[in-house]
Design a binder for this molecule. Structure first.
Ligand code: OOG
Ligand code: NI
Length: 462
C-alpha cells in the first residue's frame, strides 16, 4: 500500500489552537469580546506606530493573529506524562520550571511550547501547565480526600489514548486522517464540565482547605482556564477593557513601561463565578476561568534576568517599606524608579549582553563584496552589513503567574508562601523527560542566526 502522508505538527498545532479558541469562545463569551478589543487595538497601533520593532510585526508576522497561550492545572504525575505525549503531537515541549510554592500554591509548573525558530514563527502556541504537589498540602484529611477522588479520575478519552499509542508506534507522528480525529479527541480533555465529579460536601471541604484543590480534584476534565491573545499595546488594551465593562485586575504584571520592551507584561479580568451542578443534585458556584492579555518584549540573557529580578525585588521592598503595599500604584511607582537602572536602548542592551538578538544580513551586506578575512560581529553591525533584532520572549514569569493565580482564587488562603524547596527532579520524573532550558534555546537561536549570516555573506564571523 502507498505510504501514508504524515500530518505536519505545525499544522496540527494551528488546528488545535483554532479549535481551542472556538471552544473557549463558546464557553466564556467574554473571551470573544476580549479578542475583538485586542485586534482593534493592534490595528490602531500598527496604523499609527513609528517604532520599527512594532512596524516589523506588520510584515511576515501572521503569528500575531493566532498567538495565544493557555493554562491548565493538572493533578497527578500520570496526567502530566500523558499531557506531555498529547502536546508532543502538536510540536510542544516542556520548557523551564516554575515554582509556585512561594505564592502559597501547592503546585509547580512548566511551559509547553515550540522550541525551534521556524515552529515559533509559524505558531508559538504555549500552555502554562501546573501540577499538584500533594506533599505540600498540610491538611492531611483534605489531601487524602483529593487523592481518593483523583484515583478515579480519567481526563483522557479512550480514543485519545489510542491515538497517542499510534503516535508512539509511528515515531511520534500521526497520519493526516489520524490527525483529524486527534484534535476533537484532545479537546474533550480541556472542555469545561459544569457538573462536578465530587459531592457538594467533598467540594466544599476541599475548597475550604485550598481553592486550588477543589479546582484540580472535583472535575472530570482539565478545563482550560484562560486563553490569552498577545497585544501590541497593553495599556491601550487595558483601557479598552475597562471601557467595555470588564472587571480588570488592579495592575499590569511584569516590567514597567519602557521604550525597549523586555519579557512580558500581562493583565487579566477577574474569573467568572460559574454555576456548577453536583452529581446527586444541588448547585454551587466555582471560580476558575478568566481572561488575560499580554504584551511580549525581548528575551533577556541570564544577566538581563538577574538585573530584572534584582530591580523587581528592590521595588517590592521599597513598596513594603513605604507601608502602602495595598495601593497598586505604589508598586508601579517604585518599579519605574528601580528600573531607571535597566538600560532602555537596544544598542546598550546588546553591548551589555542583557538581551538576545537574531542577526540578519542587510540588503547592503548581501550586495557588498566582502573580503575573505575574518570579521567580528560588531564590525559588520557598524558597517550595516548585518542588523540585530531582539528575540521575542516566549516564556512566562513566575511572579506574574502567581499574581494572576492569586487574583483568580479566593485570596484568603493564598496570602502566605509555602516553605518548600523546588522539585525540578520530581517534575522531570513525572514528565518522563528532561525540561528544556529556555536560556539555551534563545542562545541556540542567536548562534544559528550568526552562522547563517556568515554563510549568506560568505565570511567568517569570529
Ligand atoms: C496559570 C496562571 C499563569 C500566566 O500567564 O502567567 C499564567 C493558572 O492560573 O492556572 O497563565
Ligand atoms: Ni496566563
Amino acid at each position: 500500500s502507498p505510504s501514508p502522508s504524515w500530518a505536519d505538527p505545525d499544522s496540527l498545532r494551528t488546528s488545535f489552537t483554532l479549535s481551542m479558541s472556538a471552544m473557549y469562545k463558546s464557553e466564556v463569551p467574554l473571551y470573544g469580546a476580549l479578542l475583538h478589543i485586542v485586534s482593534a487595538v493592534s490595528a490602531a497601533t500598527l496604523a499609527s506606530s513609528v517604532d520599527p520593532h512594532i512596524l516589523a510585526l506588520r510584515h511576515g508576522s501572521s503569528r500575531l493573529d493566532i498567538e495565544r497561550h493557555g493554562a491548565i492545572r493538572l493533578s497527578t504525575s500520570h496526567e502530566l506524562r500523558t499531557i506531555r505525549r498529547v502536546f508532543a503531537v502538536i510540536g510542544l515541549y516542556p520548557v523551564g520550571y516554575y515554582d509556585l510554592a512561594p505564592a502559597g500554591l501547592p503546585m509547580h509548573a512548566t511551559c509547553f511550547r515550540p522550541v525551534d525558530a521556524d515552529a515559533l514563527a509559524r505558531n508559538p502556541f504555549r500552555v502554562f501547565t501546573s501540577v499538584l504537589r500533594p506533599e505540600l498540602v498540610h491538611d492531611v484529611e483534605a489531601r487524602d480526600l483529593a487523592l481518593g477522588l483523583l484515583s478515579e479520575r480519567s481526563i483522557f478519552s479512550d480514543e485519545l489514548l489510542h491515538l497517542l499509542d499510534l503516535a508512539d508506534a509511528q515515531s511520534g507522528r500521526l497520519t493526516e486522517s489520524q490527525g483529524q480525529k486527534f484534535i476533537p479527541a484532545a479537546m474533550s480533555t480541556f472542555r469545561w464540565a459544569g457538573t462536578a465529579s465530587a459531592s457538594a460536601a467533598d467540594y466544599q471541604r476541599l475548597a475550604a482547605a485550598h481553592p486550588i484543590l477543589a479546582d484540580v480534584a472535583c472535575f472530570r476534565s482539565a478545563h482550560i482556564n484562560h486563553l490569552t491573545p498577545r497585544t501590541l499595546a497593553i495599556a491601550a488594551a487595558q483601557t479598552a477593557m475597562i471601557s467595555a465593562g470588564l472587571r480588570v485586575k488592579d495592575r499590569i504584571e511584569g516590567p514597567p513601561v519602557r521604550s525597549c520592551p523586555i519579557l512580558l507584561r500581562q493583565t487579566s479580568f477577574l474569573a467568572v463565578e460559574e454555576r456548577i451542578h453536583f452529581p446527586a443534585g444541588g448547585e454551587g458556584t466555582h471560580r476558575a476561568r478568566f481572561g488575560e492579555i499580554e504584551e511580549r518584549g525581548a528575551a533577556v540573557t541570564r544577566e538581563g534576568r538577574r538585573l530584572y529580578d534584582e530591580l523587581l525585588g528592590e521595588a517590592m521592598v521599597a513598596t513594603q517599606r513605604a507601608a502602602v503595599g495595598a495601593m497598586p500604584t505604589a508598586l508601579d511607582e517604585q518599579l519605574a524608579r528601580a528600573f531607571e537602572k535597566y538600560p532602555d536602548d537596544w544598542t546598550e542592551l546588546r553591548n551589555r549582553r542583557l538581551v538576545y538578538f537574531i542577526y540578519r544580513p542587510t540588503r547592503n551586506g548581501i550586495a557588498s563584496p566582502l573580503s575573505k578575512r575574518p570579521y567580528v560581529l560588531d564590525e559588520l553591525l557598524g558597517e550595516e552589513m548585518v542588523e540585530a533584532i531582539p528575540i521575542t520572549y516566549e516564556d512566562f514569569l513566575p511572579l506574574s503567574a502567581a499574581g494572576i493565580f492569586q487574583s483568580n482564587l479566593g485570596a484568603a488562603s493564598t496570602d502566605q508562601g509555602l516553605s518548600a524547596a523546588p522539585d525540578v527532579r520530581g517534575m522531570e520524573e513525572a514528565l518522563g523527560t528532561g525540561l528544556n532550558d529556555p536560556d539555551e534555546l534563545y542562545r541556540d537561536i542567536e548562534k544559528a542566526s550568526i552562522a547563517q549570516c556568515a554563510e549568506t555573506l560568505g565570511v567568517v564571523i569570529q
